[in-house]
Design a protein around this ligand. Structure first.
Ligand SMILES: C[S@@+](CC[C@H](N)C(=O)[O-])C[C@H]1O[C@@H](n2cnc3c(N)ncnc32)[C@H](O)[C@@H]1O
Length: 261
C-alpha cells in the first residue's frame, strides 16, 4: 500500500543527521560560488575536489547517526546486500552493516570515505570487545566513484540514497541507475530534502533543481509502472538545528518501492 501522507508530522528521537555540521543545507555542497580551478584555470573543479574541500573544512560534517528515514524504512527489511549511493561519512552504511547487511558504499569524496572507514573500524573494535568469538569482520566495501559516470554492476537487495544533493550532479541519472540496480524482490529507498521545506540557513535555496519531490522521483524513476510496488511516496517533517543553534522544521521526501519478482 502506498503511503500518501504529504507533510505528515513527525519528531524523531535522533538528532537529525545534518545537525552536526553546517545544517541540512548548505547541502548545496561545493561550487555554490563557482570555485575557480586551484591550478589557476578558469574551469570549475571536479566534484571530488570540491567535496573533499568541503569535508576537509570541518572534522565532521554530519551527525554520525543514521538517517531517521533509513532506520524507519529499512529497519524491517530482511538483510542482504545493500548499495548506499553518496554515503558521506558512512553512518548509514555502518548502521546497515550492524543490522546484518553487507554494504557497498559509494561516494565521490575520498576524504569522506576515509572518515567513514575510520568510523567503521572504531565501531568494529567496540563490537569486537563484546563479541564471544573475537574480532568482527568488516561488512562494508567503501568505493570512491563519481556517480555522474559510475553505474552499479551487480544488483542489490536494497539500494538507498540519502540526500544525494549536489550542485555538480543532476540527480536524475544516478537515481535512475540506482533503481535499475534493485534485484527482483529488492527495495529502492530514496530520501531527500523537500525543495519547499529547506532550512532558512545555507545557500541552497537558489539551486532548487538539486532537489525533488516524491512525485518527481516516482515520475522520473517510473516507479508507478507495473514492475514496481510503490510502498511509500511522502514527505515527513522533522525538526533540525542549524550551525548557530537555530531551530527549524524541514521536510524529508521519502520514496520506497520494491521491484516485483
Ligand atoms: C548531502 S551529502 C549526504 C551524505 C550522506 N548520504 C548523509 O545523508 O549524511 C551528499 C553526498 O554526496 C556525495 N556526492 C556528491 N556528488 C557526488 C558524485 N558526483 N558522485 C558520488 N558522490 C557524490 C558527496 O560527497 C556527499 O557525501
Amino acid at each position: 500500500m502506498t503511503e500518501h501522507a504529504a507533510h505528515q508530522h513527525e519528531h524523531h528521537e535522533h538528532q537529525p543527521t545534518n545537525d552536526a555540521g553546517a545544517g541540512p543545507l548548505d547541502d548545496a555542497g561545493p561550487g555554490l560560488s563557482g570555485h575557480a580551478d586551484p591550478e589557476g584555470g578558469q574551469g570549475i573543479r571536479d566534484a571530488a575536489a570540491l567535496w573533499d574541500e568541503r569535508y576537509r573544512s570541518k572534522a565532521q560534517i554530519w551527525s554520525g547517526k543514521p538517517n531517521p528515514q533509513l532506520v524507519r524504512e529499512a529497519g524491517g527489511l530482511r538483510p542482504g546486500h545493500a548499495l548506499d549511493l553518496g554515503c558521506g561519512e558512512g553512518a548509514d552504511a555502518i548502521w546497515l552493516a550492524q543490522h546484518g547487511w553487507t554494504v557497498t558504499a559509494v561516494d565521490v569524496s575520498a576524504v569522506a570515505l576515509e572518515r567513514a572507514h575510520g568510523h567503521e573500524k572504531a565501531a568494529l573494535a567496540r563490537e569486537s570487545v563484546h563479541a564471544a568469538e573475537g574480532a568482527i569482520a568488516s561488512r562494508i566495501q567503501w568505493q570512491q566513484a563519481d556517480l555522474e559516470e559510475w553505474h552499479p554492476e551487480g544488483s542489490y537487495d536494497l539500494v538507498t540514497s540519502q540526500f544525494l544533493h549536489s550542485q555538480e550532479l543532476a540527480w536524475q541519472g544516478p537515481l535512475r541507475a540506482a533503481a535499475a540496480a534493485v534485484k527482483p524482490g529488492g527495495t529502492l529507498l530514496v530520501v531527500g530534502h523537500h525543495p519547499d521545506r529547506l532550512p532558512p540557513w545555507g545557500g541552497a535555496h537558489t539551486h532548487h533543481n538539486m532537489f525533488y519531490t516524491a512525485d518527481d522521483l516516482v515520475r522520473e524513476l517510473e516507479l508507478d509502472s507495473p514492475g514496481w510496488q510503490l510502498e511509500v511516496q511522502t514527505s515527513r517533517e522533522r525538526p533540525v538545528t542549524g550551525p548557530e543553534g537555530q531551530q527549524a522544521t524541514i521536510a524529508d521526501v521519502v520514496v520506497r518501492a520494491s521491484r516485483l519478482p
